[in-house]
Design a protein around this ligand. Structure first.
Ligand code: SF4
Ligand code: SF4
Length: 279
């Protein structure tokens, strides 16, 4: 069973919840934790897990042959990522960091001046600790498109998924393609939010997204004793879901977090119990 820990907003405590939940569930179940926040993966840091490099992730990119190029500019016109600049009567200028590897430029080129090569866009790592197996994807700095890395790490992890009771996927923040890539195929999404106007706004976005993807979603309210819970309750009611646990803002949790340790709290036990009953 695949469970996504997600949230429309960064900094709500997704990774804190994902790691703590994985540790709690691993006391009785076989757990695979996938850190799909590939822009800034930190589950291995929270869990003090040393990672081992598994494989590099590559993307196909164009290679321009100036001897064949007739400077027509068609490749720049077709590139929706604006990765090719065309100046009249000059060779096209390629900005590889913007390229999303769609291949459109090679197809459109009338004289076959564009062949393909590849560049590394990310790395997949694995690790083990707290009885959890961890898979992490990490995007190369400066690269823009995170979803191919999320797809590659899910693909890598899928080879062993049958060995686990639960696969916990810690998604990136927001509702962009990389979050959609992480959510696809999940049986349940747990949206972590906080009782603030921004938390409520972003919760609505993520619940709208999970509704579109037809993934059942429940809510975890972090820092529940700071702010206005009614803001969240209104959104929860609108989307006919429920808050399955409230994590208070308290000293012990902050201390665990500042020591780089997974948090232990009865609210995490409550989430783990909820999940165990699903299987
Ligand atoms: S492969 Fe696609 S994104 Fe990359 S330069 Fe060509 S058209 Fe642009
Ligand atoms: S489409 Fe081909 S020929 Fe035209 S500018 Fe691009 S590389 Fe050169």
């Amino acid at each position: 069973m695949r469970i996504a820990i997600t949230g429309g907003k960064g900094g709500t405590g997704k990774s804190t919840v994902a790691t703590a939940l994985a540790v709690e569930l691993a006391k009785k179940k076989k757990i695979l934790l996938i850190d799909a926040d590939v822009d800034c993966p930190n589950d291995h840091i929270i869990l003090s897990i040393k990672r081992k490099k598994e494989q590099a992730i590559y993307q196909s990119i164009p290679k321009f042959n100036h001897k064949k190029c007739i400077k027509c500019g068609k490749c720049a016109q077709v590139c929706r990522a604006n990765a090719i600049l065309s100046i009249k009567e000059k060779y096209p200028i390629f900005v590889s960091d913007l390229c999303i590897g769609c291949n459109a430029c090679s197809i459109i080129c009338p004289v076959g001046a564009i062949s393909r090569t590849k560049k590394q866009i990310g790395t997949i790592y694995s690790g083990k600790g707290h009885d959890i197996n961890l898979v992490t994807g990490e995007m190369v700095i400066g690269y823009e498109e995170a979803s191919p890395i999320v797809n590659a790490e899910k693909n890598f992890a899928s080879k062993k998924e049958q060995d686990y009771d639960f696969i916990i996927i810690d998604t990136g923040a927001g509702t962009h393609c990389n979050v959609i890539a992480a959510l696809l195929g999940c049986d349940l999404a747990l949206a972590v939010t906080e009782p603030t106007p921004l938390g409520a706004y972003d919760l609505e976005l993520i619940l709208e997204l999970t509704k579109m993807l037809k993934i059942p979603a429940k809510v975890i309210l972090n820092r529940s004793n700071v702010g206005d819970k009614n803001l969240i309750k209104k959104i929860v009611k609108k989307y006919k879901t429920k808050i399955i646990a409230e994590i208070p803002y308290k000293k012990e949790i902050l201390e665990a977090f500042s020591r780089g340790k997974p948090i232990e709290d009865e609210s995490i036990n409550k989430i783990a119990n909820f999940i165990e009953k699903l299987k």
